[in-house]
Design a protein around this ligand. Structure first.
Ligand code: TGC
Ligand code: FAD
Length: 389
């Protein structure tokens, strides 16, 4: 099969500079050569492709838009293109990079002390230390302010008690960033996973994001040094600020998943003969394909503009919510449509659309569900909050 060339109906490549195109093409090649050949095996086994990790570290894909501490400091459009290409491979691989870079490294980079930054950021950038981000709990997902995990000061230590659930990278991680309630409100804690009282358990039975490590974190009298609190994150605003980084990347990543499905369905439709001619020559299949390419193009435009606003430092969380909401729904719809174009073959793992489709069900739900992003934008445009009471 011919190599993947991307989807660029509006000549958007002309809006990218040479460095951005080089970054995009390098990651595209990495995904073609090193992720796609192994992804089905991991999908079947329910394992994260750890063999790709050292390469991702060497390539500078972890925390790629952060500066200092040996990190690449790329612009935000290059960063978005990296996530687009990774999710063209698999949402689980993009998830790993989002959690490591946008949630965990960013938490320390933005809210950590100088000593914390020096201790952790270079090792996280190279992939030598893997981290996870524990915000959600079994009974507090969309409403993280309802969390029950508590941290209490005991002399020179913090003692943490509680359960975090659905935590990406949680079993692989050497470091957990745990958000917990204290006497002074919600604070973030750096919890080495070999701390006494810390356990991670694998979440099993997933249909979706099978090539991603998902865990329950149990903190039972878990003791960490007092110096392990992030000094500059106070209240729910701390973790939510990190979520803005990750949601930005997901808006780009979803486009990559949709591009993979569309590319596959278009090639298939041109080659699949029914009633004596390619199904691509039928009006009904053309309608489906045109809908896909149009929606992908609109999402690409949204990403580029969002990237410009982020580069300018003026982007709002609500603008990011709009792009996460739109692009993930677009990708899920595109994956379903492409699966349909593949007919019966669409349910086989010889093809990618079904895997992307089931993965995107998780992406639709995590980092703020579709409904939560509707309410965030709804609040912004009307001035009325429709959350809760
Ligand atoms: P609310 O009263 O609206 O806000 C509390 C404080 O936070 C501030 N804030 C933000 N700050 C920065 N960025 C944002 N996006 C912010 N949204 C709100 C807000 O200004 C306020 O500040 P202050 O100073 O007044 O205290 O909060 P609420 O309790 O009403 O709840 C609403 C909210 C925002 C929590 C809800 O809309 C929401 O976003 N829920 C979704 C939770 C979520 O996204 N969880 C994700 C967990 S991590 C994950 O899923 C990783 S998946 C793996 C991968 O990424 O690949
Ligand atoms: P709930 O909050 O219980 O929502 C259930 C339904 O109710 C949803 O459809 C929701 O949209 C709707 N709903 C809720 N409130 C309202 C409302 N006010 N109005 C209208 N509808 C509403 N979390 C982490 O902290 N770290 C991670 O690394 C992480 N990784 C994840 C990986 C995977 C594979 C998955 C599936 C989840 C992950 N999460 C992670 C958790 C994720 O962020 C939550 O699942 C998500 O925020 C939704 O929370 P919930 O599952 O508790 O659903």
């Amino acid at each position: 099969m011919a190599a993947f060339e991307g989807v660029d109906y509006y000549a958007l490549d002309e809006l990218l500079n040479d460095e951005q195109k080089l970054v995009r093409d390098t990651v595209r090649e990495f995904v073609t050569d090193q992720i796609l050949p192994i992804i089905n095996e991991h999908q079947r086994e329910g394992t994260f492709p750890e063999e790709a990790l050292p390469v991702m570290g060497e390539m500078g894909l972890l925390g790629a838009n952060l500066e200092g501490y040996g990190l690449p400091g790329l612009d935000n459009i290059s960063y978005g293109l990296i996530l687009q290409e990774l999710e063209r491979g698999d949402s689980g691989v993009r998830s790993f990079v989002s959690v490591q870079g946008a949630l965990c490294m960013y938490s320390i980079w933005r809210f950590g002390s100088e000593a914390q930054k020096e201790q952790w950021l270079p090792a996280m950038g190279s992939g030598d230390v893997i981290a996870c981000f524990g915000l959600t709990e079994p009974d507090a997902g969309s409403d993280p302010g309802a969390m029950r995990t508590r941290a209490e000061r005991d002399g020179d230590e913090w003692v943490l008690n509680g359960v975090k659930y659905w935590i990406t990278n949680g079993n692989m991680a050497q470091l957990a960033i745990v958000w917990a309630k204290t006497e002074d409100g919600i604070r973030g804690f750096l919890v080495p996973t070999d701390s006494p009282g810390f356990t991670a358990n694998k979440v099993t039975g997933k249909y979706s994001l099978r090539a991603s490590d998902t865990a329950e974190l149990v903190l039972q009298g878990c003791r960490i040094p007092a110096a392990n609190m992030l000094p500059d994150a106070e209240g729910l605003k701390g973790p939510l600020t990190c979520l803005n980084q990750a949601r930005y990347g997901i808006a780009w990543g979803a486009v990559g998943a949709a591009m993979a499905c569309y590319d596959e369905a278009l090639r298939y439709a041109k080659n699949r003969i029914a009633f004596g001619r390619p199904i691509a020559a039928t009006q009904l299949m053309q309608e489906l394909l045109v809908e896909c390419v149009t929606e992908i193009t609109k999402a690409q435009l949204m990403c580029l503009r969002l990237g410009q606003l982020k580069e300018a430092g003026t982007v709002t969380p609500q603008q990011i919510s709009m792009a996460k909401r739109n692009n993930v729904r677009m990708a899920l719809n595109t994956a379903r449509t492409c699966r349909e174009i593949l007919g019966g073959n669409g349910i086989l793992d010889d093809y990618q659309s079904f895997r992307h489709m089931v993965n995107l069900e998780s992406v639709y739900t995590y980092e703020g569900t579709h409904q939560i992003h509707t309410l965030i934008v709804g609040h912004d445009i009307t001035g009325y909050s429709a959350f809760g009471e």
